[in-house]
Design a protein around this ligand. Structure first.
Ligand code: F3S
Length: 400
């Protein structure tokens, strides 16, 4: 790669060991992808987690004196004190999470602990060059906002945040942002859960690629887009997609394919969505808990749960959790939604997600969720998947 003098200094360790480690990683990635140079970024999002794999790299940078040069937000870990009171977190697990959180604090990251930072705490603008990891974040930033990011890992995003640069390859180049396959949506998309199933199906069907979706007439709302992004980039590797005329960058199918004729196409009907849902179920009947908020619930979604739970009680023996960001929970508290949910027997928890070790207490239990991504991580025995309303109803009845 052609590095500037300043970048050479970073790589040689003249700016500190932490920066050198960050630069070494980025140069290695750049070399692997034949990038010619580094380009400046304006922000990053590191998909941190309170687990060993993430601890090593963030401590390497933090202990080497590195500090973020651009705003860099963080993914969920967990509130150790809160969960320890509930579930008795083993000391070694708690220690890892605590060290991860301390190290991110030391490098000066935005301590958002949320997987939807692009909604509240770290929002790219159209055209910005950024480095965002996390399943929903990467495609949302590329396709909904129209900023540019590769499908980063927690480590590469943090490294980019520390040096304020990323190698120029992949989705930073216009020619790589063209659609790779046409997806004809004939299914009727009635609500955000249908977008969840659509994302799940599309990711699974295409694996790696940039789908161009046609047949969607109504502009999807924020939650529908978040769900599509999270699921397509978990069941597959969909870092970007187009809905010509409705998402940014391409008004027409031809623009999305940059003038090329798509060589592949997939059709999605109601029956594909129905089968997708069927394949996700590993159980039906009695449940022990409901887990919502994967990705972190928005204020609208929390309001909807509060509406459905008004005057109702969660079934005895069923735990009901909603994961969200602290920013959103603060608003939800202010608006009375949290109180309504708590009165019904549920809880809104912040800074965490189902993939954190704090939930191991559920490993032999049966859960229900509206998120195939949550079901995929399966920190529990069996799982039923359904829409938000179905999950709330199941929590009230104790079965789905
Ligand atoms: Fe977010 Fe964790 Fe789900 S990071 S998308 S809540 S698995």
């Amino acid at each position: 790669m052609n590095l500037t003098k300043e970048e050479e200094k970073m790589l040689n360790g003249e700016v500190g060991d932490g920066v050198r480690s960050a630069m070494e990683l980025l140069v290695a990635i750049g070399d692997a992808f034949d990038a010619e140079k580094m380009i400046p970024i304006s922000r990053a999002h590191a998909a941190s987690s309170g687990q060993e794999g993430d601890l090593y790299f963030v401590e390497l940078l933090a202990n080497g004196g590195a500090e973020c040069r651009v705003p860099t937000s963080t993914n969920p870990v967990y509130d150790i004190e809160f969960f320890h009171k509930l579930f008795k977190i083993p000391k070694d697990e708690a220690n890892v999470a605590q060290r991860v959180m301390k190290a991110y604090e030391k490098v000066g990251a935005i301590l958002s602990w949320s997987c939807v930072p692009y909604l509240t705490d770290n929002i790219p603008l159209y055209g910005e060059t950024v480095a965002f990891s996390e399943s929903s974040a990467t495609p949302y930033v590329n396709s909904v906002i129209g900023a540019k990011t590769n499908r980063e890992a927690a480590q590469s995003a943090l490294a980019a945040g520390v040096v304020g640069r990323t190698p120029e390859y992949g989705l930073h180049l216009k020619e790589n942002r063209k659609g790779t396959l046409l997806v004809k949506v004939e299914a009727r998309l009635k609500d955000s859960f249908d977008y969840t199933l659509l994302g799940q199906f599309v990711g699974h069907a295409i694996g790696y690629g940039i789908p161009v979706l046609t047949g969607i007439r109504k502009r999807p709302n924020t939650e529908e887009l978040i769900n599509f992004c999270a699921m397509s980039n978990t069941s597959g590797a969909v870092s970007m997609f187009y809905i010509p005329g409705l998402t940014v960058e391409a008004k027409t199918i031809a623009e999305a394919f940059q003038g090329d004729i798509p060589s592949e196409e997939v059709t999605v009907t109601d029956s594909e969505l129905k089968n997708t849902l069927k394949e996700l179920q590993t159980t039906s009947g009695r449940i022990d808990f409901v887990m919502l908020g994967c990705p972190h619930y928005t204020l609208n979604q929390i309001a909807e749960v509060a509406r459905l739970l008004t005057g109702k009680k969660i079934h005895k023996g069923v735990s009901f959790w909603i994961c969200s960001s602290s920013t959103t929970k603060t608003l939800a508290q202010r608006m009375g939604y949290v109180e309504t949910i708590e009165r019904a027997g549920g809880a809104v928890v912040v800074d965490t997600c189902i993939d954190e070790p704090c939930w191991t207490v559920y490993k032999n239990q049966v859960g229900m969720t509206d998120s195939p991504k949550c079901a995929y991580y399966r920190r529990f025995k069996d799982v039923a998947v359904g829409g938000l309303e179905e999950c709330v109803q199941a929590a009230i009845e104790g079965k789905n």
